[in-house]
Design a protein around this ligand. Structure first.
Ligand SMILES: Nc1nc2c(ncn2[C@@H]2O[C@H](COP(=O)(O)OP(=O)(O)O)[C@@H](O)[C@H]2O)c(=O)[nH]1
Ligand SMILES: [Mg+2]
Length: 451
């Protein structure tokens, strides 16, 4: 981190304002070479905007007017000396300024490198740094709130005391090994302490479901045999003609994914290929995708055609979706030659009668989705656990359960200490305390350049 990095922090393209950010030890002296204001930048106080001109560092010729902000270490986002240029949002100008700064010795920042520096400089821990990318990529207000709660350190506040307790336990076990006469540490007392920690971790895991729901939303495939009206339902829920609708069975051969919002929660609707036996290769790939979209679904909408009796293919879908939260949508109730009624399908779970032709029942269907979701707690009361945190907590729990088994079979105490150490290290990857550089790199590579 002894070099100075530069990047465009706003999206590339014409815009009202473009922000170019410099961070690192030579930020201020580099800025001085491309900027001319009333005062020498070295004398400008931190966090005060100054007006001036961008100049060509070789010819001193002014290029455009600009506003500049200096944030001195450690009181900046990265913890380093930082300079931000607010320029007219011209891609030509932005590129030129970045080119000057690179020629003067700055290096183009990698994706997420500013935030990575903030993490490495101890400005925020890993779980808080991760929240920033989730804020940027938030898909709904509720998802934004959940990420903000994480940025405030809500998860770290839970993890740190658990790590402290694991550390204390390790210290005591080790002291017990070194000074067996002085430290009175029984298997029973270690077991009690570990089971207490296990309970706390299991409690944390409860946040994972809601966190995913807030941020990624709900995955909701629309399934059914060919021609029952799945694509029509997707279109009507979206309010646009997104999927191709034809009377020819097997029209939808691939899955189409689109999002709507129900009660603030993003719902990802997936129009699937109808499930049937097919010799057509493309269609059969579509059918396989349908099966996997059912597997990863939160809620399934199973569409049935009211104009025809249930067929073997319907029963196949019934079997595939049986263990899922399922809404049975009886479609085409506008048909005069209708043969299926609610009574015929009521055994399959919550049902709703709809017509994609007339729009009847569509609001009721949305209501059913809402009902299946149940009442959601506010993100302010849910500990934010993303999939990475969830996987780490589960791994930690695995280790602790090995330790517990060891205790029950009275294995040597140093073996148990080893497992507790492992669980401590795994948990530390959440806050980044024990995360390897590879993990850190991987996390920040998901950020955009300039963040
Ligand atoms: N009468 C009637 N026809 C419908 C309704 N919904 C869809 N259809 C027709 O059923 C056929 C198949 O629809 P489509 O959405 O492509 O079915 P998919 O194969 O399940 O995606 C098309 O001809 C639609 O116009 C409905 O509610 N009533
Ligand atoms: Mg279709």
């Amino acid at each position: 981190m002894d070099d100075t990095i530069v990047a465009l922090s706003t999206p590339y393209g014409e815009s009202g304002i473009g922000v170019i950010r410099l961070s690192g030890p030579t930020s201020i002296s580099l800025a001085q070479k491309v900027f001319k204001g009333k005062r020498d930048l070295r004398e400008v106080p931190s966090h005060r905007a100054v007006f001036g001109h961008i100049i060509n560092p070789v010819t001193d010729e002014p290029i455009d007017e600009c506003l500049l902000l200096i944030m001195r270490a450690p009181h900046s986002y990265t913890g380093e000396d930082t300079v931000e240029f607010y320029v007219h949002g011209s891609p030509v100008l932005e590129e030129l300024l970045i080119k000057f700064l690179i020629e003067l010795g700055a290096r183009l920042a990698l994706p997420g490198e500013f935030t990575k520096r903030a993490f490495l400089n101890g400005k925020l821990d890993l779980s808080r740094a991760e929240a920033i990318i989730d804020i940027i990529q938030a898909r709904s207000e509720i998802g934004l709130r959940s990420s903000y709660v994480q940025l405030q350190g809500r998860l770290s506040k839970e993890i740190k005391p658990i790590m402290e307790r694991l550390k204390d336990l390790i210290a005591e076990i080790e002291a017990g090994i070194d000074f067996p006469e002085e430290v009175d540490l029984s298997y029973e007392s270690i077991e009690a302490r570990i089971s207490d920690i296990v309970e706390k971790l299991n409690n944390l895991l409860k946040g994972a479901y809601f966190t995913r729901l807030y941020r990624k939303g709900l995955s909701c495939p629309i399934v059914g045999r060919p021609n029952v009206g799945k694509s029509s339902l997707l279109n009507i829920l979206l309010g646009e003609e997104r999927a191709i609708v034809t009377p020819i069975p097997g029209t939808t051969r691939d899955t189409i994914t689109e999002s709507i919002t129900i009660d603030g929660i993003p719902v990802t609707l997936i129009d699937t290929a109808g499930i049937r036996d097919t010799q057509d290769l493309v269609e059969s790939i579509g059918v396989n995708r349908t099966v996997s979209s059912i597997e990863s679904a939160d809620i399934v909408i199973w569409v049935i055609d009211a104009g025809e009796p249930l067929k073997e293919e319907d029963f196949e879908i019934e079997r595939l979706t049986r263990d899922k939260k399922r809404i049975v949508a009886l479609n085409k109730i506008d048909l005069s030659n209708r043969v299926l009624y609610i009574d015929d399908i009521k055994d399959y779970g919550p049902t709703v009668e709809i017509s994609c032709r007339t729009g009847e029942g569509i609001d009721r269907l949305k209501l059913k989705i809402k009902e299946l979701l149940g009442s959601l707690p506010s993100p302010d009361f849910v500990i934010p656990i993303n999939t990475r945190h969830e996987a780490l907590i589960r791994r930690c729990l695995d280790r602790l359960s090995i330790a517990m088994e060891g205790i029950r079979s009275r294995l040597p105490i140093d073996i148990i200490a080893g497992e507790v150490w492992e669980s401590y290290n795994i948990l530390g990857e959440i806050t980044g305390e024990t995360a390897s550089i590879d993990i850190v790199e991987e996390i920040f590579s998901r950020f955009c350049v300039g963040k």
